[in-house]
Design a protein around this ligand. Structure first.
Ligand code: BGC
Length: 391
């Protein structure tokens, strides 16, 4: 895909400058993979060469935009704090999200009304997890109803606005923020698919944390909003219903099982501090059960997707957690392992199959979808984030 034309686009000289100032090639490649694959309208494909992933997800894009927000500071400091290509790219993604949300206002209002009166909204009225790059809904056979994505988008947008100093907010952003936040506040008790697009009839702890973070972000972005009561209810629900018998956070209500996505509950969603005893217990169990000896972190013990491999993305997320907890050495060790997983082009995959929980399932997935997604833009984004935090 061609890079978009824009006044903010890095000139060939700019790329040369970037190369000279960057010591780390993988960091440079990560930025290129992200910027080069962005569509004209701001959408990011999850992976450019896998048909099922040539869609733009709120969740993946929110992390990608956050990486660009952080990396843009790196550029801008050396360029008199002018808006770098990264900030312009993140801006266009946020615009893309706002457009997807605003154009569905009527349907979302219907979902809000039904959920507020205790009903279950019609699936045709909820936000999809992903949209085609042109902004249209994808084929119907996808587990689209996922509430963590819009929550994570609001978090990413608030980070962008605060770090870039972007005020006043465009009117279309403000209407999308208010609508998304009202939607999440009305819908948080409705079971939906988790961030792995699984278990669509349950309530998931990491999804609740993403919703909670989204509501906090919306309050920062639009000070007239106040979700104090809903946020207190969500937190109380998590403490009452989302713990395992061992006192760790549970993957979903009623399960004595952890999932590596629970790391997101602390970082970036901030529902618990990284060193909160609940979080420490949860990460200890994730390390024990899901951190592969050969490197990489499995999603959860029941995973069969591509044989239930070890996710490079989740090693980076664990590194992000340790960096936020002040353990840079551990974060750096994880980062170094990730660097050994890049292919000859410097591309990072979603997961690797050096460790599989369900090896019999690997070939069937390859036959159905092709090789493991690579490059995965979200993995490259997490690489930039952890690089930023540890360098
Ligand atoms: C993952 C999702 C992700 C999507 C695109 C799926 O396999 O489970 O979390 O958003 O791929 O990267």
């Amino acid at each position: 895909m061609r890079r978009s034309s824009s006044v903010f686009r890095l000139s060939p000289g700019g790329w040369e400058w970037l190369k000279r100032t960057r010591t780390n090639r993988l960091r440079e490649t990560s930025l290129r993979v992200i910027l080069d694959n962005q569509a004209e309208n701001g959408a990011f494909p999850a992976c450019p060469n896998m048909p099922d992933y040539r869609f733009s997800w709120f969740r993946d894009g929110a992390y990608i935009a956050h990486a660009l927000t952080l990396d843009g500071e790196y550029i801008s400091e050396r360029r008199g704090w002018s808006m770098g290509a990264q900030w312009e790219s993140a801006f266009r993604f946020h615009n893309w999200c706002a457009a997807r949300i605003n154009e569905r206002a009527e349907r979302l209002e219907r979902a809000i009304a039904v959920a507020t009166s205790g009903g279950t909204p019609d699936l045709s009225d909820v936000l999809n997890a992903r949209y085609g790059l042109e902004g249209l809904e994808g084929p119907d056979d996808w587990p689209e109803f996922q509430l963590d994505g819009p929550g994570t988008w609001l978090w990413s947008l608030a980070e962008y606005v605060a770090r870039v100093g972007f005020t006043p907010l465009p009117v279309v952003w403000e209407s999308a923020i208010v609508l998304t936040a009202r939607y999440l506040a009305a819908m948080w008790r409705v079971p939906c698919y988790d961030c792995w697009e699984e278990r669509g009839t349950e309530i998931h702890t990491s999804t609740l944390a993403a919703i909670h973070a989204g509501l906090t972000a919306a309050e920062k972005l639009v000070p007239e909003l106040d979700f104090t009561g809903v946020k207190a209810d969500i937190r109380a629900f998590v403490l009452e219903r989302c713990l395992t018998p061992g006192g760790e956070l549970a993957k979903s209500v009623g399960l004595d099982m952890v999932d590596a996505n629970l790391i997101m509950t602390a970082v970036p969603h901030g529902m618990f501090a990284p060193d909160d005893p609940i979080m420490v217990r949860t990460v200890e169990r994730i390390e024990r059960e899901l951190h592969a000896k050969s490197g990489g972190v499995h999603r959860h013990l029941a995973d069969v997707y591509y044989g239930g491999g070890a996710w490079v993305l989740l090693s980076l997320h664990l590194a992000w957690y340790y960096a936020e907890r002040g353990d840079r050495d551990r974060a750096k060790a994880l980062l170094q392992w990730v660097e050994t997983q890049a292919d000859a082009d410097g591309h990072l995959p979603e997961q690797v199959n050096s460790s599989m929980l369900a090896p019999d399932h690997y070939e069937p997935w390859v036959a159905q979808r092709g090789p493991i997604a690579c490059p995965l833009l979200w993995t490259h984004a997490e690489y930039l984030i952890v690089q930023h935090l540890t360098s």
